[in-house]
Write a protein that binds this ligand. Structure first.
Ligand code: ZN
Length: 226
């Protein structure tokens, strides 16, 4: 399947250019400049140069006459949607394999000795998302934990704490590149997330927890400093 609009040799029609077309072209030029600054073509896994000397997008199966045309394509809806689909698929596969690149859930055993005799009702469901602050580019993690079976959500709410690699007893040998974020809410099991051992921004609005009593969902958002 090849996108006809991007076939080699296709050109804009000649003749007068309306102001709408003009501004659209200027917009594309700006996008192209932006793309040229931020994309390293050598590292783009979807760009392929074919034997005719033109370029192909392996993600969208489109043809492009030159690098700039390809870059412009990468800023378009079709390619962006393709990237989003691919990312969602990879995240799903990673979840099925029980891994993500910076963190993994683990059972926390430290500091639970007093409550280990109580009946546990399993782990809460959770989602972790990574993003970047649009202004400072600081890395941001959001943890969302679900406690649907909790009876007394109004009086009991999840608590969190950070633990160093040397304090925890689950992973040996300890790896000082990581720290652990523990989230506890009995009778659920405490879960621990392994995150980079970097300073966490405790400034206003930078570290936020929220307990939704109705939905029984706990959300924690954190930003790393620097
Ligand atoms: Zn593409």
């Amino acid at each position: 399947m090849v996108d006809r609009q991007n076939r080699v040799g296709s050109k804009f029609g000649g003749g007068g250019v309306s102001s709408a077309q003009q501004s659209e072209r200027e917009r594309k030029d700006r996008l192209r400049e932006l793309a040229l600054e931020t994309i390293d073509l050598a590292k783009d896994p979807y760009l392929m140069r074919n034997h005719l000397g033109t370029y192909e997008c392996k993600l969208c199966l489109t043809l492009h006459t030159n690098e700039a045309n390809y870059l412009s394509h990468t800023q378009g809806k079709k390619h962006q949607a393709g990237l989003a689909r691919r990312a969602a698929m990879e995240a799903k596969i990673a979840r099925q394999k029980g891994e993500t690149d910076v963190m993994l859930p683990l059972r926390a055993t430290t500091s639970l000795t007093s409550s280990q005799t109580k009946v546990k009702i399993g782990r809460p469901g959770y989602e972790v998302s990574k993003s970047r602050d649009p202004d400072t580019n600081a890395r941001c993690l959001t943890f969302e934990l679900h406690y649907p079976e909790l009876d007394d959500a109004r009086t009991r709410q999840p608590r969190h704490r950070f633990m160093s690699a040397y304090e925890q007893r689950v992973e040996t040998p300890p790896d000082g590149n990581y720290q652990y974020l523990l989230i506890a809410c009995e009778p659920y099991e405490t879960v621990g997330f392994k995150i980079p051992n970097e300073k966490i921004d405790k400034g206003e609005g930078r570290f936020v927890t929220h307990w939704d009593v109705e939905a029984k969902v706990f959300t924690l958002t954190l930003h790393f400093l620097g």
